[in-house]
Design a protein around this ligand. Sequence first.
Ligand code: ATP
Length: 346
Amino acid sequence: MHAHAAPLVLPAVRFAGVVRHFGAVRAVDGVDLAIAPGEFFAMLGPSGSGKTTCLRLIAGFEQPDDGHIEIFGETVEGLPPYRRAVNTVFQDYALFPHLSVGENVAYGLRVRGIGRADRDRMAREALAMVKLSGMETRRPAQLSGGQRQRVALARALVVRPKVLLLDEPLGALDLKLREEMQSELKGLQRALGLTFVFVTHDQSEALSMADRVAVFNEGRIVQVGPPEEVYERPATRFVARFVGSANVLEAREALALGAPARPSSLRPEKIVLLAPGAPVPEGAALVEARVTDVSYQGPVRRVSAVTGEGLALTAAVPATASGVMAGATVRLAVPAGAVRPMGGEQ
Ligand SMILES: Nc1ncnc2c1ncn2[C@@H]1O[C@H](COP(=O)(O)OP(=O)(O)OP(=O)(O)O)[C@@H](O)[C@H]1O
């Protein structure tokens, strides 16, 4: 964006040069971002990369040491959490064990001074939204993990925030439930038209749910864009490796595969295992390599191999491919365009 061009829509959340240090730890180290209203925005990165601190800065549980934060155009520095148009769903749900489900959900309304009848109605509506109608009188201890997660969601939504902050909300759920909740959350976000800011260290979760993904490393955003772009065109080595474990090629290695001499990424699933005698596809580079390791992963096998020149590649090939075992020599085709140049260094 040009500095002089006014944005077309006021961002739901805007960070300008935001810094948060804890002693010598640069938890958030100069972050700029603009999250659009109604956007599902994922913050993805390894443990300790600063995602949660960014979320806490939006919520108002942390204050920036430097930089500026706006929520729908309003400067929020110094504004306490309850005065911001945001609400948070925590990973551990933070439900009150001694209150019923209905009371948990209505809690935020009670502290805002909303009367009994309205509270009950709004809590019932919020519980219906997360498919928990009829559970009002249960205690959190009488619910499954997935149901508790829904109560936490209803409790956050009932006060009608403009931005919902979710800190690894599905982290405690098993895989199947997690996948169900991913599509439900996404559906809910679309139906309500709310802005969701979602923190996760799970790259497939970020890619499948978000409109845009910001990849964090060491307190900075190293790439931000739609999932396809982050996956297909990682900007840095870190993004290439962290999102989908791409092969990272040095400039001379890219050149040897017929691509421009630039540091580049190559997705394992783009590499084609050629059957013995099969012709090399048009425009592809042919590589002969000795298999060093094979790992079966259900639909695919991940094959690690090294060429005579010492180029190590990982390919994801159909699990049905035969004759692939450690020590075997394989012919791999790297299609033209599969080698993608990277700009940044971090
Ligand atoms: N209150 C605090 N006091 C001291 N250091 C902190 C505090 N909060 C966070 N940090 C440090 O700041 C860095 C970033 O932490 P943060 O929780 O934002 O990372 P994260 O990417 O969310 O990681 P995770 O996925 O593990 O939650 C870490 O090194 C962390 O130890």
